[in-house]
Ligand binder design. Structure first.
Ligand code: SAH
Length: 227
């Protein structure tokens, strides 16, 4: 089976499992070539629904997690998006696809922050190779501080697990009415995925499901005591 066929089969199974329901997310998952964000030896596993190592002790999330986070965020065509944890760049590419579906003139943009220089460099190459470099800006730094230069954001997604206390800068940099999707809990993988919506007088918090992410390391994250 070639990659396009494998991609279709994976998307079909995510639809059958009720993980994928939004037609734009389905289209984006069918379009972005996940294999191009993996090292050569990992490419044959691109369409298995599991996390894969991307070097620097980090992993690209399982496709069902990418799908779930995109659905939670309800990404719309002109959204300005901030992602914390670029990793391979795959999820940033999905977001870039979603802000420009049927809209080549989209005003939307994806800012994505990665703390590992090597991963950021590779992600930039992957985004260039797949044609998303104009819609995605990769920044090297501590994403727990957000990226105030371009705030506020319509949507923020964090693809590493935060401590239970959500980094304040991310809440501050969220647009009124905006959505933050973030896993939070303990560093050793007991975490929940949250949908946090910023309203006039409160943050509306909804726990979606139990998850396992690598830790968010930084000023408002976990300390890097094992590095
Ligand atoms: N979204 C990625 C997968 C991310 S894995 C993809 O599609 O491939 C989580 C990433 O978060 C790792 O690359 C890790 O280095 C990064 N990370 C952890 N803490 C961070 C922080 N404070 N700022 C930026 N990146 C961070």
């Amino acid at each position: 089976m070639n990659y396009i066929e494998k991609r279709k089969t994976l998307v079909k199974s995510l639809i059958e499992r009720n993980i994928l329901t939004n037609k734009n997310v389905i289209r984006a998952m069918l379009k972005v070539p996940r294999e191009d964000f993996l090292s050569e030896d990992a490419q044959s596993s691109a369409y298995i629904d599991s996390p894969i190592s991307i070097g620097s002790d980090q992993t690209i999330s399982a496709p069902h997690m990418n799908a779930m986070m995109c659905e939670i965020l309800n990404i719309e065509k002109d959204d300005k998006i901030l992602e914390i944890g670029t990793g391979s760049g795959y999820h940033a590419a999905l977001c870039a696809e979603l802000i420009s579906i049927e809209n080549k003139e989209s005003k939307g943009h994806v800012y994505t922050i990665e703390r590992h220089k090597e991963l950021a460099k590779k992600a930039k190459e992957n985004l260039k190779k797949t044609g998303y470099e104009n819609r995605v800006t990769v920044i090297i730094g501590d994403g727990t501080l957000g990226y105030p230069e371009k705030a506020p954001y319509d949507k923020i997604l964090v693809t590493a697990a935060s401590p239970e206390k959500i980094p304040t800068p991310l809440k501050t940099q969220l647009q009124m009415g905006g959505i933050l999707c973030i896993p939070a809990g303990t560093k050793n993988y007991i975490q929940k995925l949250y949908k946090i919506q910023k309203l006039e007088c409160e943050f509306r918090v909804k726990a979606i499901t139990s998850v396992r992410f690598v830790p968010l390391i930084g000023k408002y994250g976990f300390s890097n005591d094992d590095e």
